[in-house]
Write a protein that binds this ligand. Structure first.
Ligand SMILES: [Zn+2]
Length: 127
């Protein structure tokens, strides 16, 4: 499976408005600097699901659900990690770079890891 670079995941999380993404799926109420809602991951009548704009994560005091916007999309939409990254990348207008994979080739051919891997592949092929 192609690996997605960690810095890209960080960038997606940083560029995605967690309130917009969660707010499009859950009815959020503004509470001071944060937002709260009835938790979508367990059954409840009083909101214990909080979303922090500053920290860019959600936390439920009821069931302990906790994570970034990426984790939320995975949990809520039942997506795999790659699918969730692609979904958020598309929203942010970013293209998902791949560190390996035959289809499109490397996003950045000067990537050191890629060059090292290519050298290894070449030397093992000629041996
Ligand atoms: Zn919960």
């Amino acid at each position: 499976m192609a690996r997605i670079p960690q810095h890209f995941i960080d960038e997606i999380v940083a560029r995605t408005d967690i309130i917009e993404v969660i707010g499009s799926r859950v009815q959020l109420k503004k509470a001071g600097r944060e937002y709260k809602a009835c938790c979508p991951f367990h059954d409840e009548k009083t909101p214990s699901f909080w979303v922090s704009v500053d920290k860019q994560f959600y936390h439920c005091f009821g069931c302990g659900a906790h994570g970034t916007v990426l984790g939320f999309v995975m949990e809520y939409d039942h997506l795999g990690f790659i699918e969730a990254v692609e979904d958020l990348a598309a929203r942010a207008g970013l293209e998902v770079p791949r560190e390996s994979g035959a289809a499109a080739g490397p996003a950045n051919p000067h990537d050191e890891l890629y060059v090292a891997m290519e050298r290894t592949a070449l030397s093992s092929a000629s041996a």
